[in-house]
Design a protein around this ligand. Sequence first.
Ligand code: HEC
Length: 160
Amino acid sequence: MCVARSVPLVLLFFVVLYSCKPSDRNKIPKEENKATVSPKKALSSSKLSLKMEAGQDVYNKYCLICHQSNGSGVPGLNSPLIRTEYVLGDENRLLKIILNGSADGLELNNSEYANVMPSFRALSDEQIAEVGTYIRNSFGNNASPIDAQDVKEVRASIPN
Ligand code: HEC
């Protein structure tokens, strides 16, 4: 009699134990995410996709004609934006070349590009942050998004 009564209790114990597991499992990745994304760069995925959409509009309007829709550029004329040091590396350098343009004749991956990149100073901080974020996360690139505040600071640091 006593054993028969305790069977449901034992079952209940296991049901309760098992139902705890999924929530425990969910906790672990969340903690890991917090540790790897710095607070300044953290953007919710919906904000990031809005910024990417806006960035694509800016890109299509101002950059695509030279760098092409897939970021390949044009051999000998316009440099590619696929995994280059400028796109993936230091944000300041990337923002400077977008703000100032470049007639230096960059050498990238042992190729030179004869065309001149115009200055995009006329675009707003927000537009430059958007297009910067777009190229850093398109064409196989993967780098942190750019804030309008960063653009403002770099703009202020370069002579007019
Ligand atoms: C008239 C053509 C032209 C347009 C328009 C243009 N670029 Fe460029 N871009 C170039 C050329 C040419 C270079 C290489 C400059 C050099 O050799 O000095 C370059 C270089 C770059 C570089 C650094 C090198 C690399 O390939 O990583 C980046 C980043 C860049 N452009 C981004 C942009 C973005 C973003 C836009 C739009 C806002 C844009 N460009 C619009 C022609 C252009």
